[in-house]
Structures are given as structure tokens and as C-alpha cells.
Write a protein that binds this ligand. Structure first.
Ligand code: DP6
Length: 493
């Protein structure tokens, strides 16, 4: 109940409205959601009892089945590569030119959430992404769905309660901004494929299916540190991801994601997939990278992860990020993803590590200007204070540091002097997400967590409605509650 409310409140509170109006709207919304939740619970209870009778009491856990409707909701993590994937040997099957390694981030701070539903009543396949209905005519999406259905038909253990010819409705949203370089497609496709696999009871490896949505998505299917093997089979059957160590292995490891102010010129950056294709076609440096650097680094970083050797891990992570961006610049025309603030962060981290005489922090940048930093838990407070000193935030609100809370520590003057970097203009750094390594996708079993309602449309828990629509719904709900109460008082219901 309260989860649905917290989704609504920011919509209203973030508006520039007089306080009294906000107050009324919040009250009306909460009232509406409370009544709605109660009605939904009653509806679910009745349908579950009916279903329980229909199935002789054998209720399913992950999947909710109401009549002929089948629905699954799951969340999936973001992953950040330390040895980057860049370049494909097969564009359609999304087969990479080199192996890559990433850490899966904790879903408590960042995740994609997806509900998939199938029913004989659905007239067409539909998809809603981050509040907007999108075309289903997307080859990557179609490939994932096709492969899931093919595997479902092969599955002899399937109980056969889903007909693969029924249409599907998909509704998905991220709880983090789809800002450049935050790997939203990886979490999104991992979530979609994981939920579909659960819905259609597909067993065995599904990383090769997620890979066909977005290459890096195959790594988000597993928790901890993950290795995506390039494979050599032409059908991609051996291009799968495997876990190196689980999330519990290196519990001290922390990740800071620095989200920078978007500059106007940043929108001229090359699009990731197109940029990758151009690199494969034109970069000479890429050949050296895939034949020499990556194989050696994959082996060395695996050893560093297994033995928790942060010094080595940090060195390899930074070197690989630098080489990836060098390869991007070696592309013709060049792919420029980092901006001046990204380069200033690189200088700051080298100055910080030099001042302390060891690698305390490692940076890595994906196809965008935002920085992703790896460091160990005891070093987080001091390093964040240094970041705040050099990149003063526009205001120190709770919105600035998201995720795991951090105690603030003053920066020693001697450290400021040895780093020797002047504070930049304030507000360059929009916010910081503090997170850690986490597990793979998880199924949500509570029926009020679905993003689709009983008729397969985006539910009210889904962030899909414009403000005026919420307001009209609230008024309609109040009127309907009023009529409902009159009926109740007259024992008509
Ligand atoms: C820079 O997986 O987004 O983040 O396979 O074309 O969907 P497609 O690309 P995508 O590429 C991610 C590249 C990267 C590095 C990495 O995550 O390994």
C-alpha cells in the first residue's frame, strides 16, 4: 500500500504549486490509493480463492494466474564493466569481439522493473517503457520473445498452461534516470528476459537470450562478478555469461556513480550501438585490444577479484576504461563519450591515489560522461568529502547523495594541498549514487507490485500517467467512493 503512495507523492511535490494545493492533492491521492488498494486486495483474495479451488489448493508462488491471465513481475540489476565489451562479430545475434567482465550492482539502489503478462484476451503485443507506450516492432525485443517461445515449446516439463500464440503485454520502468552511461538497456533486457523465462517456464541458461536484447544484458542475469565469454560458435550458443564470484565474496567493495550536469553539446555524442559498429569497421587499435590487451587483462583481473587485490583490480579497471575510450577516439568518425568533467574526475582520482601512495579509487566510464568509481568501504567517507570539495554540489539536499548513507568527514588540509586541485564551479555534479555489488534478478511475489492491472493495462503503481490524469482519476475515485458508500449504507452491496 505505502509503496504505491511513495510513487505518487514526488509527482505532486515536485510541481511548482502553492503548498496548500500540494497538501490537498497529497491527501486526495493517498485517500484514493488507500481505497483502491483495499478494493484490489479484496479482488485478489476472491480470485486467489477461486483459483485455489480450481487447482485443488496448489497455488503458484512466482506467477499469479487469474482465470486465463498469466503475469510475472521482476526486478533486475545494472552492471558496470571493468573489462569493457566493445565491438560485435555478429550484429543480429549480438556476438562480441572480446570477453568482458563486470560487477552486478545492488538492486536496492538501482534496478529495472518489468511486468509481463499473457492472455488469450489480448488482441496485440504491447509494450510500455518508462511511462510511454512504444512500438513492439523492435527486432531485439522480437528476437528475445521469439527465442523464449522457441525454448518454451521445447520444454517437455512445461505444464502447458500458457499458449505461446497468446499476445503479451510488457510494462517496464527504471528506478534511476536513463542517463547516458548508466547501462539502462542491460538492466531492462535482463529484466524482460528473466520475467519472460519465468512466465513461459524456460529452464537452463538464459544469458544467451538476454544477450540478444543488448549484449551487456547477459551479465545482469547473474549476481556478483560476471564474465561474458565471447564464444566461437556461429549460432552464439557458447557466448554466455558465467559468475566468477557471488556478491558476498568481496563485501567491502563499494561503487559510486557520479551523475554530471548534462551539457547541451553532450547530446551530440554518438549513439552506443552505432558507435560500436563504426569502431569494429574502422579502428586499428581495436585489433590490438582484442588480440593482446583483453585476454591478458581478463585473466589478471579474475585473479585480482578472486584474491580481493584492490590495488591490481583498480589499475586494470582504469587502464581498460582508458583503452576503451582510446579505441572510441580511434574510430572514424570518432566516438566521444567523456566530457571535460569526466576528464577532471580522472585527474582528481590520479592525484588522490598519488597523494595516498596507493590505488584507493578506480574510475571507469561507459558510453557517456558519467563516472563509475570502485573503492573500498572504509575509504568512502573521506573520498566523498574530497569530491564535495572539488565538485561542490549546488545544494546539499537528500537528493544529492542517493543510496547507502555515508557519514561526512572533514578533508585534512594536507590532503587538499597534496591533491592540488582547485574547487570547480558548483553544481557540475548533479548527484551521487552510493551502492555495492549485488545479486541477480529477483521475482516479486506480491501481487500489488505488478505494473499491469487485471486487464493488462499499466496499473496505477506504474509511473505512466500525466499529472492532470492523476487529478481527474482522484476526483472520479472520490465520487465513486461516495456513491459506493451510499450503496453500502443501504445494504445494497
Ligand atoms: C560501453 O550492451 O549497450 O557499456 O550490445 O549494442 O546493446 P549493445 O550494446 P551495450 O554496450 C555496452 C557497452 C559498454 C561496455 C560494457 O558494458 O561492457
Amino acid at each position: 500500500k505505502h509503496k504505491s503512495m511513495t510513487i505518487f507523492l514526488p509527482h505532486i511535490l515536485n510541481r511548482k504549486l502553492p503548498l496548500v494545493i500540494k497538501h490537498i492533492l497529497v491527501k486526495v491521492t493517498n485517500n484514493y490509493l488507500r481505497n483502491l488498494t483495499i478494493r484490489r486486495l479484496i479482488f485478489k483474495q476472491i480470485s486467489c480463492q477461486l483459483f485455489s479451488r480450481m487447482t485443488n489448493g496448489k497455488l503458484q508462488t512466482a506467477k499469479t494466474v487469474i482465470g486465463n491471465m498469466n503475469i510475472v513481475t521482476c526486478i533486475a540489476p545494472v552492471n558496470i564493466a571493468v573489462i569493457k565489451y566493445w565491438g560485435k562479430r555478429d550484429e543480429k545475434l549480438i556476438l562480441p569481439l572480446n570477453d568482458s567482465i563486470s560487477a552486478t550492482l545492488n538492486t536496492e539502489q538501482m534496478h529495472a522493473k518489468t511486468t509481463v503478462m499473457t492472455s488469450p484476451e489480448f488482441k496485440e503485443d504491447k509494450i510500455w517503457l518508462n511511462g510511454k507506450e512504444e512500438s513492439f516492432d523492435n527486432p531485439r525485443l522480437q528476437n528475445c520473445l521469439k527465442e523464449i517461445r522457441r525454448r518454451a515449446k521445447e520444454n517437455v516439463n512445461s505444464e502447458g498452461d500458457i499458449d505461446c500464440s497468446w499476445c503479451v503485454h510488457i510494462c517496464s520502468q527504471n528506478n534511476f534516470p536513463t542517463a547516458a552511461g548508466l547501462a539502462s538497456s542491460a538492466a531492462g533486457y535482463a529484466c524482460l528476459v528473466y520475467a519472460l523465462a519465468e512466465l513461459y517456464k524456460v529452464e537452463g541458461d538464459i544469458t544467451a537470450i538476454a544477450r540478444q536484447g543488448s549484449g551487456s544484458a547477459c551479465r545482469s542475469i547473474l549476481g556478483g562478478f560476471v564474465h561474458w565469454h565471447q564464444g566461437s560458435a556461429s549460432d552464439g550458443s557458447d557466448s554466455i555469461a558465467t559468475q566468477i564470484v557471488p556478491e558476498s565474496h568481496w563485501s567491502q567493495l563499494r561503487i559510486l556513480i557520479l551523475v554530471f550536469l548534462e551539457r547541451k553539446l553532450d547530446s551530440y555524442r554518438s549513439k552506443c550501438s552505432l558507435g560500436m559498429q563504426k569502431t569494429a569497421e574502422t579502428s586499428e587499435l581495436l585489433k590490438h585490444r582484442i588480440s593482446h590487451s583483453v585476454p591478458r587483462r581478463i585473466q589478471e583481473i579474475t585473479e585480482a577479484i578472486v584474491s580481493k587485490n584492490f590495488e591490481k583490480f583498480a589499475e586494470l579497471t582504469m587502464k581498460d576504461s582508458n583503452q576503451f575510450h582510446a579505441v572510441c577516439l580511434d574510430t572514424f568518425p570518432p566516438n566521444v563519450y567523456m566530457n571535460d568533467t569526466s576528464h577532471a574526475i580522472v585527474s582528481l582520482i590520479h592525484a588522490y591515489n598519488n597523494a595516498l601512495g596507493e590505488n584507493k579509487v578506480a574510475y571507469t566510464f561507459d558510453a557517456g560522461p558519467n563516472a563509475c568509481l570502485y573503492l573500498l568501504e572504509p575509504d568512502v567517507p573521506q573520498f566523498l568529502s574530497v569530491i564535495n570539495h572539488v565538485f561542490p554540489p549546488a545544494s546539499q539536499t537528500s537528493e544529492y547523495l542517493k543510496g547507502i548513507p555515508v557519514e561526512s568527514t572533514p578533508v585534512p588540509k594536507s590532503l587538499v594541498t597534496s591533491i592540488g586541485l582547485e574547487p570547480q564551479e558548483s553544481g557540475l555534479l548533479k548527484y551521487v549514487i552510493h551502492t555495492k555489488v549485488g545479486r541477480g534478478p529477483q521475482i516479486l511475489t506480491e501481487s500489488n507490485q505488478h505494473l499491469l492491472n487485471e486487464s493488462g493495462q499499466p496499473s496505477l503503481a506504474y509511473n505512466a500517467y500525466p499529472f492532470h490524469s492523476i487529478f481527474i482519476r482522484c476526483i472520479v475515485s472520490l465520487v465513486s467512493d461516495f456513491v459506493h458508500n451510499i450503496y453500502l449504507s443501504q445494504n445494497l452491496l
